[in-house]
Design a protein around this ligand. Structure first.
Ligand code: SDX
Length: 444
């Protein structure tokens, strides 16, 4: 248990069936709601708790990220996301997430050098790409190739050794852009572009994505800076679905590379990281339908219609996602500076802005606190950078990789951490005897 989660009081639980009364510790967190420690509940009362989706349940303690859904606050190691987005870089923020403090200049220089000299992949890893269909989704390639790293580094990583864990963290942060860029190059039938150590992290990614061996390629500094901020915004986000997947997979003491592959798989879903791709598909469908926005608003409200306003709503934010505010401004700045040449991007942004206004004035969305989330605008920026639709969630995974590995490292460094093994509310058949096949009747 973190040193900072201390017992401040107790809560009394009375079992009305038996009259039994127990005391449970009330734990004080640094920020946010106090937490009832229910670890002794089953032993004291013989009951489980039921909370599918973890709506009211803390699965762990963490010192890394804090968010307040009511106030729209997001902080990495106590630093507000707005300040990091404005003043930091993705690698400096990565150092902060991994080590808990902002680096001195020499610490940052050493960290950047470490990451820079881990960006190359083992040459044999290239062969994994050729096993995929050219039209395979890049997220499928990411799951496969990142998981395959465990075949290359499995033996020299002792997950109980903090130095080895940090080495694995450096390798993952460093190699994600290379793996990601090459998944795009493979899909396009283009030659792989190797990392250029003279470029910074985000510029290097755009270089590996778009350079051609036949001519000089200069990265647009505006786009590199916009990407760096977007990676900062996506770096971590408490115990979201993919981070919880990483913690659960890592709790069995699995290899960190295989564990991150599980996080990538979870992020892919359209309810989670896949939403940025789904938002563009939705905005395009709206633009091409010739129907008014009100038609789509009504569909989003119709329980019999699977259509949802992608990029809206959040499990925790019941206010504006602070990341969406920052990305919305980047969107406007990029389009205003002419960094995007395709007029259809402006049309998508115009539709997004109009949809946001219409939705936020509609009682259905207001009453459910459904605001734009991080995915609502990010796709428009990615389009403006020339990033293809099926690469959007890949970029989310590149940013989130440092959060996943920081949370994995925190869990593995906790001497009290156990294998995650939730219980259940069993609602199946009571005990019954095996029936010979000639005695069975069809249930249809
Ligand atoms: C990310 O957890 C994280 O931190 C995630 C993330 C991160 O950084 O890791 O922030 C990244 O995943 C952002 C979310 C991206 N997903 C989307 O944009 C997909 C669209 N959003 C929805 O699928 C939904 O809002 C979720 C999944 C994000 C949240 O779902 P919840 O918390 O389970 O809420 P819910 O589905 O119970 O919705 C509550 C009500 C329901 O209506 P009622 O049953 O009360 O009548 O709101 C409705 C829902 O039908 N609702 C929507 C809606 N989202 C919720 N109605 C229309 N459009 C929507 N988008």
């Amino acid at each position: 248990m973190s040193k900072k989660a201390r017992k401040v009081d107790t809560v009394t639980l009375i079992d009305n069936r038996t009259g039994k009364q127990i005391e449970l510790d009330l734990l004080q967190s640094t920020s946010g709601p106090m937490t009832i420690d229910i670890r002794s509940l089953y032993k004291k009362l013989g009951y489980f708790t039921y909370d599918p989706g973890f709506m009211s349940t803390a699965s762990c303690w963490s010192d890394i990220t804090y968010l307040d859904g009511e106030e729209g606050v997001l902080e990495y190691r106590g630093y507000p996301i707005e300040q990091l987005a404005e003043k930091s870089t993705f690698l400096e923020t990565s150092y902060l997430l991994l080590h808990g403090e902002l680096p001195t200049q020499s610490q940052l220089d050493e960290f950047v050098s470490n990451i820079t000299y881990h960006t190359m992949l083992h040459e044999q890893l290239l062969r994994f790409y050729s096993g995929f269909r050219r039209d395979g989704h890049p997220m499928a390639i990411m799951v496969g190739v990142v998981g395959a790293l465990s075949a290359f580094y499995h033996d020299d990583e002792d997950i109980h050794n903090p130095e080895d864990r940090m080495n694995a963290a450096h390798r993952l942060v460093a190699k994600m852009p290379t793996i990601a860029a090459w998944s795009y190059r493979y899909a396009m039938g283009l030659p792989f572009i190797y990392p250029d150590n003279s470029l910074d992290y985000s510029a290097n990614f755009l270089h590996m994505m778009f350079a051609m061996p036949s001519e000089k390629y200069d990265v647009n500094p505006l786009l590199a800076k916009a990407l760096d901020v977007i990676l900062i915004l996506h770096a971590d986000h408490e115990q979201n679905a993919s981070t919880s997947t990483v913690r659960l997979a890592g709790s069995s003491q699995a290899n960190p590379f295989a564990v991150l592959a599980s996080g990538i798989a979870s992020l892919w879903g359209p309810a989670h990281g896949g939403a940025n791709e789904a938002v563009i598909r939705m905005l395009t469908e709206i633009n091409e339908s010739g129907k008014p926005l009100s038609h789509f608003i009504e569909r989003a409200k119709d329980k019999n219609d699977r259509f949802r306003l992608m990029g809206f709503g959040h499990r925790v934010y019941k206010n504006y996602d602070p990341r969406a505010k920052i990305i919305r401004k980047i969107c406007h700045d990029m389009l205003a500076q002419g960094a995007c040449t395709d007029p259809s991007h402006q049309k998508l942004l115009d539709t997004a802005m109009e949809l946001e206004q219409v939705a936020l004035s509609d009682d259905y969305f207001k009453s459910r606190n459904l605001y734009p989330n991080v995915d609502f605008y990010s796709g428009i920026i990615f389009l403006g950078m020339g990033i293809p639709l099926n690469m959007f969630t890949v970029l989310f995974a590149v940013g989130r990789s440092v959060g996943w590995v920081a949370q994995w490292n925190e869990m593995m460094g906790d001497s009290e951490s156990k294998i995650g093994r939730p219980r259940q509310l069993y609602t199946g058949s009571p005990r019954r005897e095996y029936k010979p096949i000639d005695k069975r009747i069809s249930q249809d």
